[in-house]
Design a protein around this ligand. Sequence first.
Ligand code: CTP
Length: 404
Amino acid sequence: MAAVSLAGRRVLLIVSGGIAAYKALELVRLLRRDGCAVTSVLTAGGARFVTALSLQALTEAPVHSEIFSLTEESEMGHIQLSRAADLVVVAPASADILAKMAAGLADDLASTLLLATDKPVLVAPAMNVRMWQHAATRANMALLAARGVAVAGPEDGAMACNEYGPGRLAEPPAILAAIAALLAPAPRPLAGRHVLVTSGPTLEPIDPVRYLANRSSGRQGHAIAAALAALGARVTLVSGPVAIADPPGVELRRVETAAAMLAACETALPADAAVCAAAVADWRVAATAGHKLKKVPGGAPPALALVPNPDILATLAAPGPRRPRLVIGFAAETEDVVAHAADKRRRKGCDWIVANDVSEAGGAMGGRENEVHLLTDAGIEHWPRAAKEEVARRLAARIAAALT
Ligand code: CTP
């Protein structure tokens, strides 16, 4: 039995050509024994080594092989076939199908499904040792691994072609174990925790058509909210207006002004942690005009009297019964990044500061990558430049470790 229950899970199994295709039948038997539903696709090459009838008998389901099948298209489009499964497994995966995957070809049902799927993919390569070691296959495997395709095997051993070396299909129990590992539920160390995240800019109205604002895409804050939710946290995301998609699995509160952002944060308390990634406008107009300010020909432009906005981070970090256990701020600096951030951490009373240098054009502000320093009681860590989603995952993991 697989260590993780496969009952009720669904695998789409693609059987491509090669002498090892007969082992796919044993893999189906093991999957079915563990309660996993298997839908199979047999390539033209695969059909020369195993029959559709054997696959159909073992999977107890129709076998798909034609891309333009009228009955199959009317009953279940091939795109649907690639999405209905929890995992797509290619076993055996021939050199040819791996090359097609790497190149993004879609010239038969199997390759089309692999291009159309939105599910994780596991390949179990099987081929002649020289084909496996060829630079083309090496490059294809490196590309597929970089795209997140999981690999089981191949194993070393005597091959049907009288050669010896890597290229043998992994044994079915080893492929089953790889499938179980990929289908294992993701760890949820933040289950039961509530985290508050601020993101995006705030807009401070001058009159009904004009406002003051900070630059902020909301990308980093939204990615943090998504990463925390992926670890099982209940996330309240309080965001100013942004042009990016809502992150999945979070409770989103849309606000415009700093005052509204603070009110939404206070309503969301209590929280175990708060992450203030919003670019809050430091000032608002003292008296917002109720009508559009008119330009007076030859007249002086209106003088705007500004008053400071509440500091949301400092308010959340102030000692008190409702203070989240962990309060994290951001510091956008253009010089002496670490020294200014350390000072900001003290002034605002937060536990950690994530500091980034925003002096670079196309850098953190509005860009898709971020290079940060994390300042905690334990010291200063430099995190190398990475996608904002990656910085978010790393920070979420640190938050999970601190709260457990
Ligand atoms: N912040 C906040 N409320 C404000 C201003 C800032 O919650 N009114 C938070 C931001 O979300 C961020 C941190 O404070 O987590 C740092 O903001 P930043 O604008 O970089 O610092 P300032 O407070 O503006 O300080 P300075 O102008 O000295 O850089």
